[in-house]
Design a protein around this ligand. Structure first.
Ligand code: FRU
Length: 523
């Protein structure tokens, strides 16, 4: 693979060509991580939605595989598109799809029918209807058979919501051990409701409960994801986390799609959010990422260690997704993130850390430096190239004339610093920020050139810690212990590889910096 086109991500997954959106069907099986994704096999904009496929042994090095579910009737006459969904290994063959002792992988997805039709199952669907269907694979995800005898397995929305035929989608299915049942969470997108279903065999589903609306309801709800985790430091308590996409209506300062979460309990039937996770009057939300480019986050099924949760998100935004200046592909996935729960400032909070295997592409070009005090103005650094990982930490302070009002590292900067992306901290507002106003090509969308911010307080030793993953067209910032995340695409000139520190209005104290070069995961 070449993978050297302008803006081509070097250690993030992107398809060789064509359009990609949501990750789907993330499943770990026989020591392989599968990543399926919304894919247009015939174009660089959304359309002909199919499931693309990639596999990895470590979540960093990916191999793109043949399209797993090709839109029915493609290319002439598409009669069914395969929208976002999920996948499980049916190890006990509850579905009966397994033959000769082979374990079936079962995918559950939304069938979107562009035209009204009578299906092979005898069921009738209307134009633009969305229903939930299943397919299985007996060759470890390489080829798939749709369950035409009965599809769709969830034909219509629950009866009071019969009018929502066109807004009923995105099944996330998983095995619920306590009740020994399969659970699927879906959304009624326009009603801001999550609808939960349960099943013994992945084929027959019964309605279990509904949840919502709560918190952010600015746009429609999409891509629900539900999983359980212990609380760090108190492992006897396990909580459930419900993650939801919202489009449009992300965090303050963003335009377009965003991601929120709820923490609560789930008994196999109903999800109940903790009071601390709900804000009155739909005024606020628990934001999973405060940047513009983190959407449709989905977690892995089938991970070996019971308590591990790893998520991947689509690193793009419906606001401008179809106009980003990349070719011959559009969109990349986030760095896979390891999630955990911990009490931070008196509140149980979702923490994100990069999945460990990013170390496998870190090279030995490491820059390490510490300063008692970084002077006011700009401090130049050696160029780390176009793909690297930053660890930056410094002392927090209250306002003081001699001390900085903001401190930032500029990355992917031109030699005159007219072009740069700033990642830093505002000591007055106590916020981490990403400023991509001068990051490079921004004109393809009028909202792209913006500054994004997230609240972050200092850690116990009064320091601010930032980790930043920089690739050829993105920055991902994790603040503190990972309680805030900011993900943003950038499109700088190829030779914009300068880096500097910028301390505004005064000095910044006790600064420690490490930058590690990152190699391509594609060669
Ligand atoms: C979210 C989404 C899903 C849908 C898919 C279609 O990004 O709108 O709700 O299933 O994309 O491609």
């Amino acid at each position: 693979l070449n993978y050297t086109e302008p803006y081509r991500p070097q250690y993030h997954f992107s398809p060789a060509e064509h359009w990609m959106n949501d990750p789907a069907g993330l499943v770990y099986y026989k020591e392989t991580y599968h990543l399926f994704f919304q894919y247009n096999p015939g174009g660089i904009e959304w359309g002909n939605m199919s499931w693309g496929h990639a596999t990895s042994k470590d979540l960093t090095h990916w191999e793109e595989r043949p399209v797993a579910l090709l839109a029915r009737g493609y290319p002439e006459n598409v009669t069914e598109m395969y929208f976002t969904g999920s996948a499980v290994a049916d190890v006990n063959n509850t579905s009966g799809f397994g033959v000769d002792g082979k374990i079936p992988l079962v995918a559950m997805y939304t069938s979107m029918y562009p035209v009204s039709q009578e299906l092979p199952s005898g069921k009738h669907v209307l134009a633009e209807q969305q229903s939930q269907s299943i397919a299985y694979s007996l060759d470890e995800g390489e080829t798939w058979t749709t369950y035409d005898a009965e599809n769709p397995v969830i034909h219509n929305p629950p009866s009071p919501y019969g009018a929502e035929l066109e807004n009923f989608r995105d099944p996330f299915v998983f095995w619920h051990d306590d009740t020994q049942k399969w659970v699927a969470v879906t959304v009624l997108a326009s009603l801001h409701k999550v609808v939960i279903w349960s099943s013994d065999n992945l084929k027959e589903w019964s309605l279990a409960s509904e949840f919502g609306p709560y918190n952010a309801v600015g746009g429609i709800w999409e891509c629900p994801n539900l999983f359980q985790m212990p609380i760090k430091g108190d492992p006897s308590i396990k909580k459930w986390v419900l993650v939801l996409g919202l489009n449009p209506g992300g965090p303050p300062g963003t335009v377009g799609s965003g991601t929120q979460y709820f923490i609560g309990d789930f008994n196999g039937t109903a999800f109940k959010a903790d009071p601390a996770s709900i804000y009155p009057d739909n005024k606020s939300a628990n934001w999973m990422d405060w940047g513009p480019d983190f959407y449709a986050a989905a977690s892995y099924n089938g991970l070996p260690v019971g308590d591990d949760v790893v998520q991947i998100a689509w690193m793009n935004n419906w606001q401008y997704g179809a106009t980003i200046p990349t070719s011959p592909w559009r969109s990349a996935m986030s760095v896979p993130r390891q999630l955990s729960l911990k009490e931070v400032n008196g509140k149980v909070t979702l923490l994100q850390q990069p999945q460990d295997s990013w170390h496998s592409v870190a090279n030995d070009q490491t820059l390490k430096h510490s300063w008692k005090s970084v002077s006011k103005g700009s401090t130049s650094l050696d160029s780390p190239g176009k793909a690297f990982k930053i660890d930056l930490s410094f002392a927090d302070h209250d306002s003081d004339k001699s001390l900085a009002s903001t401190f930032a590292i500029a990355v992917r900067a031109s030699s005159d610093f007219k072009q740069e992306t700033l990642i830093g901290y505002n000591f007055t507002s106590k916020e981490v920020f990403v400023d991509r106003r001068n990051s490079g090509v921004v004109s393809f969308d009028k909202t792209f050139a913006s500054l994004y911010h997230a609240p972050l307080s200092a850690n116990a030793d009064k320091r601010i810690n930032l980790q930043v993953f920089v690739d050829w067209s993105s920055v991902e910032v994790l603040g503190g212990q990972g309680e805030v995340s900011l993900t943003a695409q950038i499109f700088p000139e190829e030779n914009s590889t300068e880096t500097r520190l910028v301390s505004t209005d005064g000095v910044t104290q006790n600064v420690r910096l490490q930058i590690s070069g990152m190699d391509s995961a594609w060669h």
